[in-house]
Design a protein around this ligand. Structure first.
Ligand code: ZN
Length: 325
């Protein structure tokens, strides 16, 4: 009956390169078999069929690694989700694509501050951000690899194409943008640096890229077993320092970055979920009892830390600028 502590950093492994710094020494933070990842999804109310599990079913064991050089966290192997996997998530989570979130508001405010009249959204999903951006007066466009999502966006009048960035850049060599966004996309791609380099290639000199990712320094760290944070859903985990390094690797200047506010219910939700997944996996519990998450939530609220403490909420963001003018 292993606990996460059985996997802690004494074990350094060689032969795998960090996706951010190319370091080759890593610690193993944890490991899950595909069946255990499917069990974690079941705790969240998602039943994956054999077709939904096919993209990661043959992996043997998936290790959660932390680079010993830069601390970046990723997985080995890191199978990406396919259309069968995402189709099952979208059918079973009624709000898989959020209608709005702090990152959308922040990007629109950023566009206002920088006097940007247009936004091009990568991985635009059902187009909820583009709807909000157009309502704020921005000209909208974007790309997605999900045909249903692209059809939805077009039905809402957005100029969205079913293409990869590389394909779009090759077909439209003169189309370059002042403002590009990618909300909760970077953590899904196998090579984040290549993704951001491709995005930078679509920017005009002096143009801006806005990125948001789940915050691994925030409430997600209270539930390391949460299946959204494991392959085949997320392939990497992010901190503010990682976003800074990501910009450097892609030749972009970091203008600003930060995290969302942490709410008390986030603490209760993720601690409780960690306990339920540990129980389903037959692991030793990491908290003293089911009453503990509620107690911590109440203490956090009473402390008023939401107002004055560090921001450790759900999401991280960064705005980068491409050199030139
Ligand atoms: Zn590294």
């Amino acid at each position: 009956m292993p606990a996460a502590s059985d996997f802690l950093p004494e074990k350094e492994i060689d032969g795998i390169r960090c996706l951010l710094c190319s370091g080759t020494r890593h610690s193993v933070r944890d490991a899950l078999k595909p069946a255990e990842i499917a069990t974690s999804w079941a705790v969240m109310g998602v039943k994956l069929s054999a077709a939904g599990r096919a993209c990661f079913a043959d992996c043997g064991v998936i290790r959660h690694l932390a680079c010993c050089t830069c601390g970046f966290q990723f997985f080995d192997p890191a199978p990406a989700g396919d259309s069968a996997f995402y189709g099952e998530l979208q059918r079973q989570f009624s709000e898989y694509y959020p209608k709005t979130c702090p990152a959308f508001d922040r990007a629109i405010e950023f566009a206002r501050r920088q006097h940007l009249g247009q936004v091009f959204d990568l991985g635009c999903g059902a187009g909820f951000f583009l709807d909000q951006a157009r309502a704020a007066g921005l000209k909208t466009g974007g790309l997605d690899l999900n045909a249903t999502a692209v059809a939805d966006c077009r039905a809402h009048g957005h100029d969205v194409q079913l293409r990869s960035m590389a394909d779009f850049a090759a077909r439209n060599p003169t189309d370059r943008f002042r403002f590009i966004t990618a909300f909760e996309v970077v953590e899904h791609v196998p090579d984040p640096t290549a993704f951001v380099k491709d995005a930078a290639n679509l920017l005009q000199p002096g143009g801006w890229l806005g990125v948001s990712v789940p915050n691994n320094d925030g409430v997600h760290s209270l539930c390391e077993l949460e299946p959204h944070q494991w392959p085949p859903h997320h392939l990497t985990r992010w901190r503010v320092a990682d976003l800074a390094r990501l910009g450097q690797q892609a030749g972009l200047r970091l203008e600003e970055s930060g995290a969302d506010i942490r709410h008390g219910w986030h603490i209760r939700f993720f601690m409780d979920l960690q306990g339920r997944i540990e129980e389903a996996l037959g692991r030793r519990p990491s908290v003293p009892g089911r009453w503990w998450p509620e107690t911590v939530c109440l203490l956090y609220r009473a402390s008023l830390m939401k107002q004055w403490g560090p921001h450790r909420g759900l999401g991280l963001y960064a705005f980068y600028q491409k050199p030139g003018s």
